[in-house]
Ligand binder design. Structure first.
Ligand code: GDP
Length: 524
């Protein structure tokens, strides 16, 4: 069994979070290149062949089978097996993006040095913070002129409310980018300098140990001053704080020119956690436990419209998965044989025969799985803690075009809601309101209602809303108004949909007795 333990301990499973265009794809490609997972960069996603308008999406989906081919990427590096989970951005942004973050042990946050912290980064960061997972920061595009490094660190700490520890520090930027002063390895890594000469050692005082032309540069002097400032007034390095998610190590680099990426990868692997125990209703499940268990964090439907197959993505949480094994679906207590499994590596979908804690497997699904499902081997039967609920931001009122199709309409909605594709709310007049994190979810909903349930739907956009759940079972219906719409969620809990933040604050001022909460604020 020693082998199994070593296998599990070699796993590093993470997601890259960023705002579109910060360089997530480029960094992923470079990481895969180091791992030798792909032959040449540029083949990770079909995306580089052009950006698509949302309306093209259905066609695109057919052609490329969604971006699922790159949902999970795996490579080996220096004895580690690394799993990178994709978090779709752009118009693909959805609850799935958030849920993916429940299946990783750490996250890498990519920031564009010219843009700083952007909205999508904040949203994804919050989900990581809520889980308390370690976050490693890569500040990208130093080959371009961006914000000053001190400003970036201050912004990171202020906006995200996390302590930062710069592992290295850029020497110049843009055309004058000379490299990074590496505090962690006590060396300077020069930009655009060949392998052998790239690293210059520093002495105990943190200054160049050898004569070098860099010493003539004012930028070098400036960096020494900044480093002194960081040493005196900055945070202290703490592995413990990294691991509990309260301090993020920050790396500077340029993914496009593959600069700083290897240093980042190696340091990341040094500190990133191995697969962690996951809470369940019988206590935390140890990843080194021998019997297999896992949970479904994402279901990708309609990958191949001709076959209507779906893939349930499962994070392995304990034991070893073997193809053909028999497991129990905890929700129903029924057993099933897992014969069809798949793993995704760059452009190929390949069959996986074995996987251990930390790995992700894709199971062909004929409709048996739901998001959050626990599957496990042996006894006792337990359930992993439910996945957090994410706060939808966009809303539509939905009806069937043909009133004769009510039955199919309800069936379709309820199944898709259960699958976690979309959130459902009802007004007191029994109107259906759908909520989503991203616009694309509505389009996928419409498409699937038509193709899988043969119902055409009308969707009336009611725009973005601020959602708050209400504590307690009762609520005064007179508080229902156009600016604070009172609805029920699918568990019959009372919810207000506020027109905007202002309406929310106004409401709270007027009705201090009504206790409101946002599930994303207090999940732990
Ligand atoms: P994503 O949307 O986060 O996946 O970002 P991409 O990896 O697609 O990068 C967005 C754009 O930024 C592309 O044009 C990349 O070539 C460019 N880019 C990525 N990394 C760098 C970098 O280090 N320097 C420069 N100058 N451009 C970069």
């Amino acid at each position: 069994m020693e082998n199994f333990i070593d296998e599990v301990k070699s796993r590093r499973t993470f997601a890259i979070i960023s705002h579109p265009d910060a360089g997530k794809t480029t960094l992923t490609e470079k990481l895969l290149l180091f791992g030798g997972a792909i032959r040449a960069a540029g083949t990770v996603k079909g995306k580089k062949t052009g950006k698509y308008a949302t309306s093209d999406w259905m066609e695109i989906e057919k052609q490329r089978g969604i971006s699922v081919t790159s949902s999970v990427m795996q490579f080996d590096y220096h004895g580690f097996r690394v799993n990178i989970l994709d978090t779709p951005g752009h118009e693909d942004f959805s609850e799935d993006t958030y849920r993916t973050l429940t299946a990783v042990d750490s996250a890498v946050m990519v920031i564009d040095s010219a843009k700083g912290i952007e909205p999508q980064t904040i949203k994804l960061f919050k989900v990581c913070k809520m889980r308390g997972i370690p976050i490693f920061t890569f500040i990208n595009k130093l080959d371009r002129v961006g914000k000053m490094p001190l400003e970036l660190i201050a912004e990171l700490e202020e906006v995200l409310e996390i302590d930062a520890y710069p592992m290295n520090w850029p020497i110049g930027m843009g055309k004058e980018f000379l490299g990074i002063y590496d505090r962690f390895y006590n060396r300077i890594e020069q930009f655009r300098v060949e392998e052998n000469d790239r690293f210059l050692p520093l002495n105990e005082e943190g200054e160049l140990a050898v004569e070098h032309q860099l010493q003539q540069s004012g930028l070098y002097e400036q960096v020494l001053e900044e480093i002194e400032l960081l040493n005196e007034a900055g945070n202290e390095f703490s592995e413990e704080k990294i691991l509990n998610g309260t301090l993020t190590p920050v790396f500077f680099g340029s993914a496009l020119t593959t600069f700083g990426v290897q240093t980042f990868l190696e340091t990341y692997l040094k500190f990133a956690p191995e697969p962690q125990a996951r809470p369940s209703d019988i206590g935390p499940i140890d990843p080194l436990k021998e019997s297999f268990s896992g949970f479904v964090f994402k279901i990708q439907a309609n990958m191949n419209p001709a076959h209507r197959d779906r893939i349930a993505f499962v994070r392995v949480c304990s034991g070893k998965f073997e193809r053909g094994m028999t497991v129990t679906l905890a929700r129903t207590g029924k057993t099933l044989k897992l014969s069809q499994s798949t793993q995704f590596l760059a452009d190929d979908r390949s069959t996986v025969d074995e996987a251990v804690s930390g790995d992700i497997i894709g199971l062909y699904d004929t409709g048996i799985f739901q998001i959050g499902d626990t599957i496990l081997e042996g006894k006792p039967i337990f359930h992993f803690n439910p996945l957090p609920q994410f706060t939808p931001e966009l809303f539509v009122r939905v009806t069937a075009k043909n009133v004769m199709k009510q039955k199919q309409f309800h069936k379709g909605i309820h199944q898709l809601v259960q699958e976690g594709a979309i959130q459902l709310f009802k007004t007191k007049y029994e109107e259906y309101i759908l909520g989503a994190v991203g616009q694309l979810q509505f389009e996928v909903f419409e498409h699937r209602m038509k193709n899988e349930y043969h119902v055409d739907v009308n969707m009336e956009h009611i725009g973005s809303k601020v959602v708050r759940w209400i504590e307690g079972d009762t609520v005064d219906e007179r508080l229902n108004s156009s600016r604070s719409m009172l609805v029920k969620d699918r568990y019959d809990r009372n919810v207000f949909l506020f027109e905007n933040d202002f309406a929310l604050r106004w409401f709270q001022d007027k009705n201090p007795d009504v206790k409101l909460y946002n599930p994303m604020d207090d999940e732990k």
